[in-house]
Design a protein around this ligand. Structure first.
Ligand code: ZN
Length: 494
């Protein structure tokens, strides 16, 4: 068994673990056994290369946020879709900042009401980068393809999956797959900073989308995560909630030469020390327990026993920062405000607190906890943002299809549900009743996963090819009129 540090590190990257074919959640599956999934008449080598070329060009469109400039990215994707006849529209949230909505319509069948659409979601923006820290010739906006690897900001987070989703739409058209429900591609602006794209779409444009299931970012496949030679694909089904507050201390202003325990800085210092007394109860979310169970199903003896009794792992998980983030509500001091001159005592100073909440903890409950820890009446908590945790069921055909296709019949890989300590746009969609699943279908090392938001982000062409196979296969399974025969027979020559 690998050190839990690796697991915990991967979890910190919003990745969590997933289940094996024999997992209870999959036992009820009515979907096709893997061996009955039809082979598609696709040249996968060519399709993978085409996806890589698309990603390379997409990376070269600068959508670094801030400022985002997502309209340029939306225009690029729209052109690629239009080339095979897929119409799209753009929603402008601010000058230069657009999201793209494209739709493949279902084939109406008399007397049958079509299911709600399936949505392939991505964000167009990428985070900033320090080009001087990237490898020579493989910079953040290069899109360089070297030795079967595509380099650039967004390769993993998340232009890579965005490119796969666009290629999936293109292949559905080329194959002529008759659909029983609309398949919508949604590429949004500003996931990385303020979520203005998805907030605007949810508030003003949702009726045009109104999908029941979404594929989004959230999980990855991590090589050798718990055991050498085994890859674990975490499909994010749940995301922690948040409470962002400014802890503001007030007191008399004065001269720095005369310390006063009643001053605002003195009160803030005591409040920060008081926060150290926070000792939350660990709670293992059902997805994580299921993950351990699924990995355990591939093992025997003591290892299997321990993985089936995850409370035995609490101590080790709590010893790691990322493990604690998975098992507990957290309070993180992320910054300070106030007081410019060293000899002037200001009347107000504050600290920013980023609190992340497990499913079941409300922002109100966390606020009450903070007030109990810091009872000083001259320290107040200004709420900046708050959101409940939420989750989607694993008892869902799309979840099952993703889990099965990403494993692809391999015996050295498992897939299962995961709780993400961070959040994505999925957090905004689940309250609408949408089942949202997070999976970038790539197989990477822990070190490669860390290049997201770091230096030298890259993805292999092989990962793009396998990712396309995963997404296209899962989409056909839940959206084609006949998943067993998704491609119309060629007309018989006469
Ligand atoms: Zn992302």
């Amino acid at each position: 068994m690998r050190p839990l540090a690796a697991l915990v590190l991967a979890c910190a990257l919003a990745v969590t673990l997933a289940p094996v074919v024999s997992a209870p959640a999959l036992a009820r599956s009515e979907a096709l056994p893997y061996e009955e999934i039809p082979a598609l008449p696709i040249d996968w080598q060519k399709a993978g290369d085409e996806t890589a070329a698309l990603l390379s060009e997409y990376i070269q469109v600068d959508t670094t946020n801030p400022t985002g400039n997502e309209k340029a990215g939306a225009d690029f994707l729209a052109t690629r879709l239009a080339a095979v006849g897929i119409p799209s529209e753009q929603v402008e949230h601010a000058p230069g900042r657009s999201s793209l909505i494209a739709r493949l319509a279902h084939t109406p069948v008399a007397g049958i009401v079509s299911e709600k659409p399936l949505c392939l979601l991505s964000h167009i923006d990428v985070v900033t980068a320090e080009p001087s820290r990237w490898p020579e010739g493989k910079g953040p906006l290069s899109g360089a393809i070297v030795d079967g690897v595509v380099w650039g900001r967004g390769a993993l987070d998340m232009k890579g999956l965005g490119a796969i989703e666009v290629q999936t739409m293109i292949e559905l058209v080329r194959l002529g797959v008759p659909l029983r429900r609309d398949v919508i591609l949604l590429a949004v602006a500003d996931e990385e900073v303020d979520n203005i794209g998805m907030v605007d779409i949810v508030a003003h444009h949702w009726p045009r989308i109104d999908c029941s299931q979404v594929l989004n970012e959230g999980g990855l496949g991590i090589k050798d995560l718990l055991f050498e030679g085994q890859t674990v694909y975490g499909i994010s089904v749940a995301e922690k909630g948040l409470l962002w507050v400014r802890m503001v201390a007030t007191g008399p202003a004065g001269h720095g030469s005369s310390p006063n325990p009643e001053s605002a800085p003195a009160r803030l210092r005591r409040a920060l020390v008081a926060l150290d007394a926070y000792d939350p109860k660990p709670k293992m979310h059902a997805s994580l327990a299921q993950l351990f169970h699924n990995v355990g199903a591939t093992r025997g003896g003591v290892v299997r026993y321990v993985l089936n009794h995850p409370r035995m792992l609490h101590g080790r998980l709590l010893a790691e920062n990322a493990g604690r983030a998975l098992l507990t509500d957290t309070i993180n001091v992320t910054g300070f405000n106030g007081g410019l001159a060293p000899n002037v005592v200001p009347s107000e100073v504050s600290a920013n607190l980023d609190c992340r909440l497990l499913p079941g903890t409300t922002p109100e409950a966390m606020l009450a906890r903070l007030r109990t820890l810091v009872p000083d009446p001259l320290v107040r908590f200004d709420v900046l943002d708050a959101s409940l945790a939420n989750e989607s069921p694993v008892d869902d055909p799309f979840y099952r299809a993703l889990a099965r296709h990403v494993v692809g019949g391999r015996t050295d890989a498992v897939a299962g549900p995961a709780l993400s300590p961070g959040f994505t746009d999925s957090l905004l969609l689940r309250p609408l009743g949408v089942h949202a699943y997070g999976l970038a279908p790539f197989e990477v090392t822990v070190e490669q996963a860390e290049t997201q938001h770091g230096h030298g982000e890259h993805v292999s062409v092989e990962n793009l090819r396998n990712g396309l196979r995963t997404v296209l296969g899962a989409v056909i399974e839940v959206a084609a009129v006949d998943p067993k025969h998704p491609v119309p027979a060629a007309p018989t020559p006469n």
